[in-house]
Design a protein. Structure first.
Length: 148
């Protein structure tokens, strides 16, 4: 490892140590801006995934959410009971179901997003124009870091 490579690795580690705490705090604060506290964050995450990727099998959804299928089964049962998703017959395997978000689920997600966006917009409004411009330039970098 060259001296430049070691220096870059050290700088990246220091930046990671500086970034992690405020990112975690901000994420936690944004997550607290809730419309329906009866729907848990795990449930909301499953709805967001279904909304983003479309209908999925329970196993596929569990894989996207990085949870075990039995845990996903409980989440799905609760969401289905609330009318936020539905189970349709799998087109080629009648033993499976395809899980899809309902209009009620989409409506809940839209309300949650509006609430979180409003809170964050209010917080951003306390920053200077220069600070907001800097954050705007950082968004693509954060997106790149968040890619899986």
């Amino acid at each position: 490892m060259t001296s430049a490579t070691r220096a870059a690795a050290t700088a990246a580690a220091e930046l990671a140590s500086m970034l992690r705490p405020p990112l975690l705090r901000l994420t936690r604060l944004v997550r607290l801006q809730r419309v329906d506290m009866n729907v848990g964050l795990t449930q909301l995450s499953a709805l967001f995934t279904l909304n983003k990727y479309g209908p999925l099998s329970a196993g596929e959804l569990a894989a996207y959410e990085r949870v075990q299928p039995p845990s996903m089964t409980k989440v799905l049962a609760s969401l289905e009971e609330r009318g936020l998703l539905r189970r349709d017959a799998h087109p080629s395997d009648k033993r499976q179901a395809v899980i899809a978000i309902t209009e009620e689920g989409r409506s809940l997600l839209a309300s949650e997003s509006r609430s979180r966006d409003a809170w964050l917009a209010q917080r951003l409004g306390t920053l200077t124009g220069e600070e907001r411009a800097l954050l705007e330039r950082v968004v693509p970098i954060l997106d790149k870091l968040a890619e899986q």
